[in-house]
Design a protein around this ligand. Sequence first.
Ligand code: PHB
Length: 387
Amino acid sequence: MRAAFRLAAVAAAIAASASVHAQGQPPLKVGLMLPYTGTYAALGNMIENGFRLYVQEQGGKLAGREIQYFKVDDESDPSKATDNVNKLIKRDNVDVLVGTVHSGVALAMAKAAKDNNTLLIIPNAGADAITGPLCAPNIFRSSFSNWQPGYAMGIVAGQRGHKRAMTITWNYAAGAETVKGFAEGFAKSGGTVVKDLNLPFPNVEFQALLTEIAAQKPDAVYAFFAGGGAVKFVKDYDAAGLRKTIPLYGPGFLTDGTLEAQGASAQGLLTTLHYADNLDTPRNNAFRKSFALTYKANADVYAVQGYDAAQLLSAGLTAVKGDTSQRQQMLYAMGKTVINSPRGKFAMSAAHNPVQDIYLREAKGVNNEYREVAVKQLADPAKGCKM
Ligand code: PHB
C-alpha cells in the first residue's frame, strides 16, 4: 500500500514537473513569409490556413508550446526577399521560418537561414538547389522539388504515346526546373521536347506563344503556371481552340486550387502531383473535413503542404519536449520522422525533401481526381547535396 502511494506520488511529481517545464517556456515564434498579394496570393493563404489548422487540432500548442505568429507578405518578389526575411530573423527574432511559394524568394530565404542558422521549413517552393547544393541541416521541405512532378509527367506523356512536345512556362527557377524534369522523364519514355517557350513572371500575355504552339503542332504541351496565372493560361489555351488538337499536361499546380475559376476550360486535364483531392483514405478524409469546417473552403495541395510543415515542426519539438535549445536532437528527429500526411505517409530524403508517390490526376468538377500512381516513392536526385 505504502509503496503504491509512493509510486503514485512520484508519478504525479514527474507529470507536474513536465508540465511546469513546458509552461515555463515562452511561446514559440513562427515567422510566416508567404505571398499574400499577387498571382500566388491564394497559395500563400492556403499554406497559412493549413499550418494553423494542424496547430489548432493540437489545442493551439505544439509539444506544450504556444505558437505566436509573425507575418510578412513576400509579394513573390525575389528583389525584396532578403530584406523581408531579415524582418523575421533580425527584427522579430523568430524561432522558425515557414516560407515560401516562389522559388526565387525561397532561394534568398535559404541563404539567410544558412547565414543565421535559423530553422527553415519550406511549404511549397520547389527550387531544386535548396535540397541540392544548398542543402543544410536546418533547412527542410514539406512539399516537393521542382524536378519531381515534372519528371513524373514526362514519363506519363511518353507512356501515352506522345513523341514531340513543347513546353511553356514562366522564366524563373521553378519554370526552368520543372521543364528540365519533364524533358528527362519524357526522354526516358521515348519522347523529345522540340521547343521551350517562356515569358517573364508573372506575365499572362500568352497570345503570341499560343500562336506559335498552333503553328508548330507538337503532339503535346507541358505547361507550368500556378495561381492566378494558371487560371488565365488554361482558359486562354482552351479559348485558342488548342485543347481539342494538342493535349495539355502539367505539374498539378496548373489545376490545383484553380478549378472553380477555370470552369469548363480545365475539365479532363491530366496532371501529376504528390496529392489528389479525393484520395479515399481516413487521413485525407478527416483532413478535408476539418479544413472545410474551419475555413468553409475546400483544401488543396498548398493547404496540405502547410499542414505538413506544422506536422514536421511538431515532430522536432516533440522529440525535445518543446526545448528548442536541444537543437541537434530536434533537427535529427525532423529528418527521421515519417509524416502522416493527407497525401499518404512520407519520409524525408537525406537532403530533407519528401520521398513520395506522384499521382496522375484528372480534373473533374472542382476536384483533381486520383487516377493512378504515376511514379512510386520518387526521390529527388539531390545532386550536389553534402551534409
Ligand atoms: C515555385 O516557384 O517553386 C512554385 C510556385 C508555385 C507553385 C509551384 C512551385 O505552384
